[in-house]
Design a protein around this ligand. Structure first.
Ligand code: FES
Ligand code: FES
Length: 133
């Protein structure tokens, strides 16, 4: 049912934890099931994402997508990080079963929420980013 990559990222998730004094933190949840994902970003003065960590209370697919999403945004510019959509994360994981696609949305939403938090703290506007729900 799950690809090898999903199993790998579920069993050995990368970048679990939190970043103290993070540049941006985003917490999102699925109100229906109560699953929560939080992403921490460390962004330098050149707007490059130096570090990214996550905490997820959710299923294995949510853990695997968080893990892959953090790997994908590390070292990227803000503009590039916005392109790390749930589709991109799923592709990097060689796919997810259809019933688990909604879990991968949490990772995209959490990254966007963390970028929004960063933009607010720094009084900047990020092109193409809308306020998290
Ligand atoms: Fe709840 Fe995936 S995060 S089923
Ligand atoms: Fe909660 Fe999947 S059941 S995100």
């Amino acid at each position: 049912m799950y690809s090898e990559k999903v199993m790998d990222h579920f069993q050995n998730p990368r970048n679990v934890g939190e970043i103290e004094n993070a540049s941006g933190v985003g917490t999102v949840g699925n109100a229906k099931c109560g699953d929560i994902m939080r992403i921490y970003l460390d962004i330098d003065d050149n707007q490059i994402i130096q570090d990214c960590k996550f905490k997820t209370f959710g299923c294995g697919a949510a853990v695997a997508t968080s893990s892959m999403a953090t790997e994908l945004v590390k070292g990227k510019t803000i503009e590039e990080a916005l392109k790390v959509t749930n589709k991109a994360v799923m592709e990097a994981l060689d796919g997810l079963p259809p019933v688990k696609v909604h879990c991968s949305l949490l990772a995209e939403e959490a990254i966007h929420a963390a970028l929004w938090d960063y933009a607010e703290k720094h009084g900047i506007k990020i092109e193409g980013l809308s306020k998290p729900k």
